[in-house]
Design a binder for this molecule. Structure first.
Ligand code: PMV
Length: 337
């Protein structure tokens, strides 16, 4: 019987993964760049036990059958690498709500990958762990590595993994994630990936990615916040322009596009432009959800937080302050046989 607990941070993409070339292997249409987020984590314990007759999966606040099936499928991948048949007991908890634009699948699959591999005493490299985590959920491959990270898209499973651009302490930028809604989104990112080619602007987005990757990578290395922020904000709007125009059918209804935003999301985006006009240097990005991620340098953080407090008023918004964080790691490793 072998048990391990792993912690993984969620990550925020600056150049985003949107669309897959291969949805079984999670091979992305394009490369992406992200930063691990210090205050949003998943903690997962995996225990392989020969007395279990089935996997027992307990993910706090997520009873969905689809999540359990994804977890089991991922355990199967790891069991097959280790050559074991034992079932596992998995318990997992997030430090943040699910489905509101903070990628729980990234931290969740990264923590599950590391905890399960460690419990089975599989000695995998960061590259191998990243490849494995990617198969559970694409963006999870970036949460394995520390700090600022780039996912190289690759043409095969072995070529598609994340590498580090810089350590967390390289650049003290801040992501203030403002969660304006707790309602779970109606279109998951897995579904969103499938509909990208329905947007008439899809080819045009793909044509912008290579240059964006270069600009964002370079601006991180050179700590050029202005160039970085402008590129990242435009990139997020490019993803949402695709989402808004990705028509799809679901449960006998036709939709002209996916709206991950709520009215409060838009209210905040407009306010950010106004704050910038008043001299605050800040930019936004958004994942597949209504949460607005506000990016600033550490020295502007207090001013940005004050502006958020005023606009928030009495509303039930949650604010998460994130600094660049390390990659997935093992918390405890109790192996008793
Ligand atoms: O890993 P997934 O399938 O949850 O996709 C994540 C997609 C975005 O969060 C919108 C962008 C990204 O690169 O993380």
């Amino acid at each position: 019987m072998t048990t391990s607990t792993a912690i993984a941070h969620s990550n925020l993409a600056f150049v985003k993964y949107w669309g897959k070339v291969d949805s079984t292997l999670n091979l992305p249409q394009n490369g992406s760049i992200s930063m691990n987020l210090s205050s949003v984590t998943t903690t997962t314990t995996v225990e392989f036990n020969s007395t279990l007759e089935a996997d027992e999966i307990n993910i706090k606040d997520d009873e969905k059958t689809a999540t359990k099936l994804r977890t089991q499928k991922h355990l199967d991948r790891i069991r097959s690498i280790a050559g074991v048949k034992m079932y596992a007991r998995v318990s997992s908890e997030n430090s943040f709500p699910m489905g509101v634009g903070i990628a729980s699948s990234a931290s969740g699959m990264a923590a599950l990958t590391l905890a399960a591999c460690s419990a089975l005493e599989l000695d995998l490299s960061l590259k191998e762990l990243s490849i494995l985590a990617r198969q559970g959920s694409g963006s999870a491959c970036r949460s394995i590595l520390s700090g600022f990270v780039e996912w190289l898209p690759g043409n095969s499973s072995e070529e598609s993994f994340a590498v580090q651009i810089a350590e967390p302490d390289h650049w003290n930028i801040v992501d203030i994630a403002v969660s304006v809604s707790k309602t779970e989104k109606t279109v998951s990112s897995s579904e969103g990936h499938k509909f990208v080619a329905n947007s008439p602007f899809w080819d045009s987005r793909l044509g912008t990615i290579q240059k964006r990757l270069e600009i964002v990578r370079r601006s991180i290395i050179e700590k050029d916040f202005r160039t970085f922020g402008r590129e990242v904000e435009s990139e997020a709007l490019s993803l949402h322009a695709i989402a808004f125009t990705s028509s799809y059918e679901k449960e006998n209804t036709w939709y002209s596009g996916i709206y991950y935003w709520t009215p409060e999301t838009l209210e905040l985006l407009i306010a950010i432009q106004e704050w910038r006009k008043r001299g605050l240097e800040l930019y936004f990005t958004l994942d597949a959800g209504p949460t607005v991620h506000i990016l600033c340098e550490n020295h502007s953080m207090t001013d940005v937080l004050n502006a958020i407090t005023i606009i928030k008023g009495e509303r039930d918004w949650n604010v998460y302050i994130n600094h660049p964080a390390k990659g997935a790691y093992i918390l405890t490793d109790n192996a008793s046989k």
